[in-house]
Write a protein that binds this ligand. Structure first.
Ligand SMILES: C[S@@+](CC[C@H](N)C(=O)[O-])C[C@H]1O[C@@H](n2cnc3c(N)ncnc32)[C@H](O)[C@@H]1O
Length: 534
């Protein structure tokens, strides 16, 4: 047989599940809804010269980020440090985290916030930045920090529009101290988006500004936040109207839904304005998380569910993945109970788990994970091998690969994982081995995970897209060299952009007519103990 046919199975699934309306959701088939953050899935089959090489193309949302933390000091750092019981600790910590994010010293990655933040180091940093100590954060404070930081970062453009409109002139906004700006953003977010009673939010923000900066800063916060509360109460917030030509409409939408203009233009062009708005609303919503029970350690989903019940963490079991449990809140309790530290479970999106279902690791397989670090999928694939077979994990980033190795030990799957620190393009040329299953979880724009990675929208530039496209093409070429005849190549990204998904696949098939798309439905529907033996 010859030729290649590209058939989209459900291209609308290039959007997160939560993006669909309740009515649409009710019409989705279970297998399709399983793609909770799924992006697209289609399959090409080609029996070209190399015969029986199939390519399962899949794209899912997931979260990863290199971290390159630097510290930054605020002018208040030199002040005498004393305990201040009047300032609410969650606002103080939120303001300092936001400042670090703004200055490039931290990421608003929600897992990072939930998993690592607010330890002794962070409190010491808060103390140095603000010039005073607050009491330690309790669980409720930590939840509020997560909510305020994530929300304030997402809504930054919108909040700044309000602040500029309420300042007496543009210069006052332009020249504002970075910490003062964060305090104002928090206050506006609390009043406008969280519905916190203005008297509480205003008083608290004024207090931080006065103690951490100076009395004049407190007065400015007071003036702006009170004006905001008044206008909100009268329902006359100074917001732009969506009108005029495409450019003006995109600018207004970018402010109203707090996204960069280039993203809005891209989406209105490809999805239409109404869809683009729904997508942005979805990006602005609070994300949920999921946990994967680590069966290799003898810890089953039932054990995890029992533990979550004991911890009183609300959860629901995944309908589509045997080992997964979904959480909306309660990550702090999971961390404190030591479940992650002991390797009994890991934080992994169902969408990332579904990529592994599509790879379909079986005992005895040799698999290569071409862009493996920090290793969520490698670890899950390794745990599916039941001790027989091997996962080779390649990544260009040594530090991230080290994390993968450490986690593999903790999860007790290190005996079936081999790591290589290399550029895939070099590795593929130099290495003579071929693999049954090849996973390319490619570096991408992350445009499908904007609700989870709150600051990503502000860091991504439209120019990145061209570079990423070229890299993805090169990595696909390299990955295809590692596929055994009759083997499988799975391509996944956490982007919803057709340029990084469908268009890369189409271009790949033109360069490699020996590959065919292989539908993924069966791998999702049948996934479970029958397919993967532990
Ligand atoms: C999307 S992340 C992979 C996430 C990983 N699969 C997981 O589930 O945890 C992309 C990875 O590609 C790696 N990478 C980027 N360019 C690469 C290259 N030329 N060769 C190998 N790895 C590369 C990055 O270091 C990054 O860790």
């Amino acid at each position: 047989m010859e030729g290649s046919t590209l058939s989209f199975v459900y291209s609308r699934f290039s959007l997160p599940y939560s993006y669909f309306s309740p009515c649409e959701k009710s019409q989705l088939q279970p297998a399709k809804t399983s793609v909770s953050n799924g992006l697209f899935s289609y399959r090409l089959i080609n029996y070209g010269e190399r015969c029986n090489v199939s390519l399962r193309i899949y794209s899912f949302a997931k979260r990863t980020r290199d971290s390159d933390l630097q510290t930054s000091r605020h002018p208040a750092a030199g002040k005498t440090q004393k305990l201040n019981l009047e300032v609410s600790p969650h606002r103080a910590v939120s303001a300092v985290r936001l400042l670090r994010i703004e200055l490039g010293g931290a990421f608003a990655d929600l897992l990072n916030e939930k998993g690592k933040g607010s330890g002794k180091n962070e409190m010491a940093y808060v103390e140095r930045t603000l010039g005073f100590r607050t009491r330690d954060l309790d669980d409720r404070d930590l939840r509020l920090v997560t909510e305020i930081v994530g929300g304030t970062v997402r809504w930054k453009r919108y909040l700044d529009h309000l602040i500029v409109s309420l300042c007496h002139d543009d210069r006052a906004f332009r020249d504002m101290e970075p910490l003062l700006l964060q305090i104002l953003r928090i206050g506006c977010y609390e009043i406008d988006k969280l519905g916190i009673p203005p008297y509480a939010a205003v008083d608290e923000c004024v207090r931080i500004a006065k103690v951490a900066l100076r009395p004049g800063a407190g007065n400015m916060v007071n003036g702006i936040l009170r004006k905001l509360a008044l206008l909100k109460d009268k329902d006359i917030l100074p917001l732009p109207k969506v009108e005029g030509d495409d450019r003006s409409r995109a600018r207004a939408l970018a402010t109203l839904y707090s996204h960069p203009v280039w993203m809005v233009r891209r989406w209105t062009k490809s999805l239409g304005e109404a869809e683009a708005v729904r997508l942005m609303m979805c990006n602005n919503s609070e994300p949920s998380f999921s946990l994967r029970a680590n069966r290799t350690k003898g810890y089953t989903r039932s054990d995890l569910v029992m533990q979550l019940n004991m911890l009183k963490v609300p959860h629901e079991t995944s309908l589509h993945l045997d080992d997964f449990v979904r959480l909306k809140t309660g990550m702090q309790a999971v961390i404190q109970a030591g479940l992650l530290k002991e390797g009994l479970c890991s934080v992994q999106d169902e969408s990332a788990g579904l990529v592994v279902s599509v790879v379909d690791p079986q005992p005895g397989d040799t698999i290569i994970d071409c862009c493996a670090a920090p290793g969520g999928k490698t670890l899950f694939m390794a745990s599916c091998l039941g001790g027989q077979g091997m996962v080779f994990a390649i990544d260009i980033n040594k530090g991230r690969l080290r994390i993968l190795k450490e986690t593999a030990k903790l999860h007790e799957v290190d005996d079936v994982i081999s790591t290589f620190n290399s550029d895939l393009r070099i590795f593929a040329v130099q290495n003579p081995l071929k693999f049954d299953k090849v996973l390319l979880d490619a570096p991408c724009s992350g445009l499908g995970v904007l609700s989870k990675r709150a600051d990503l929208r502000w860091n991504r530039k439209s120019e990145d897209m061209e570079q990423l496209k070229n890299l993805q093409d090169e990595l696909l070429n390299a990955a295809s060299m590692l596929v055994k005849p009759g083997g499988v190549l799975v391509y996944s990204t956490c982007s919803i952009d057709p340029e990084e998904n469908e268009e890369r696949v189409t271009a790949f098939l033109l360069r490699h007519p020996e590959f065919h798309i292989d539908p993924v439905d069966g791998y999702l529907v049948c996934y479970g103990p029958r397919r993967i033996s532990m």
